[in-house]
Design a protein around this ligand. Structure first.
Ligand SMILES: CC(C)(COP(=O)(O)OP(=O)(O)OC[C@H]1O[C@@H](n2cnc3c(N)ncnc32)[C@H](O)[C@@H]1OP(=O)(O)O)[C@@H](O)C(=O)NCCC(=O)NCCS
Length: 175
């Protein structure tokens, strides 16, 4: 399968915040920003995969600066890593007060998407071509994060299996 570069799928997405996105004090809800981040990452994932993709995980998400009604949000999203069927996308969100021109970094997030075939099973992705030193750096860091995610998934799975075994004595004897 032919490889694709990061620049082939990068996107910049903007959206102005409306009253229905906010609470009574005018602060935009965290969930609205999460959806904005997820949508930006999804566009990158589908641009690379050109098939249906789903969000498998979103790493920790912090909100560094409040966003208000009328502010313009900008998401910059790009691919950091592509595995066999999954890919990590990094999204950086900034908010701009259109009256004062002030721009603030509000959130950054790493999301993992999985490409699915028509039966809903994970499918092979085109490999990622790393053109620049920055692409190489992002890729190396993403590999470390992926190892941590998979380690955590294995740990949770083992804990769950131990809990099942403790609750079901018969399970211990039969396995
Ligand atoms: C995401 C999903 C397809 C993974 O299914 P699965 O049976 O765990 O698939 P696999 O074990 O074959 O893993 C497929 C890939 O996903 C990665 N993956 C699976 N779970 C993951 C997680 N929680 N975090 C990060 N990556 C994950 C695996 O590392 C693997 O990557 P690789 O092929 O690049 O090595 C499945 O859990 C799912 O459908 N979840 C619901 C998705 C959803 O509804 N999202 C919200 C709406 S879009």
């Amino acid at each position: 399968m032919e490889g694709k570069s990061c620049k082939d799928s990068n996107i910049i997405m903007t959206q102005q915040m409306n009253p229905h996105d906010a609470n009574l004090a005018g602060n935009v809800h965290g969930g609205i920003i999460m959806k904005f981040i997820d949508s930006a990452a999804l566009a990158v994932a589908v641009r690379h995969a050109r098939v249906n993709t789903v969000t498998a995980s979103i790493d920790r998400l912090d909100f560094h600066y409040p966003i208000f009604v009328g502010d313009l949000l900008t998401a910059r999203a790009s691919l950091n890593f592509v595995g066999r069927t999954s890919m990590e996308i990094g999204v950086r969100v900034e908010t701009e007060n259109l009256m004062t021109e002030q721009i603030h970094h509000t959130s950054s997030a790493y999301l993992t998407f999985v490409a699915l075939d028509k039966s809903g099973r994970p499918m092979m992705l085109p490999p990622l071509v790393l053109d620049t030193d920055e692409d190489q750096r992002q890729n190396l860091e993403a590999k470390t994060r992926r190892e941590m995610r998979l380690k955590e998934k294995r740990r949770k799975r083992q804990t769950m299996l131990i809990q099942i075994a403790l609750l079901t004595p018969k399970f211990l004897h039969s396995s």
